[in-house]
Design a protein around this ligand. Sequence first.
Ligand code: CUA
Length: 174
Amino acid sequence: MEIHRFEKIWLVVSLVLIVGFIATVAYGAVGAGVAMVDDSGGTINPANVGPGGAQTPFDDPGIRKVGENEYVVYVRAQQFRFVPGTQNPITVPADANVTFRVTSADVTHGFNVVGTNVNTMVIPGEISEMTVRFDEPGTYGLVCNEYCGVGHHTMAGTVRVVPQSQFNVSEVNN
Ligand code: CUA
């Protein structure tokens, strides 16, 4: 069987494209550190999230020191604020391991510290967990990036990263 020269060229080009597309998808799936939200941070009954629920850290959210230079920040997302974050900024020290544990009291929200790779969905019933280290002190915006109702566009807050020397966990009023 005779294959025309141009047909051969196009066959090769389309094979290269197919391999390229598969490589792109494979990189996006495993190479870029992007993951689906799952319940690796644990699950929680959304009815128990928030004041009046059962005793969970999300009734009294905020920052806890859990080790040498290690902190956990519990954040409750609800229509249409972050607690803490919206009324009071989330204050964390620079150069420390900070684990955010975030859950929702009502519907699906987002939790994105603007300009960083701290970005997750917050799904009722699941605790989203991310550990980060902020190198530089500064102030970051915090936004909800999942449509969650009529007040979605107002759902925002602040994360303050302060130098270690100025950070005292017992004085932080989250
Ligand atoms: Cu919460 Cu959009």
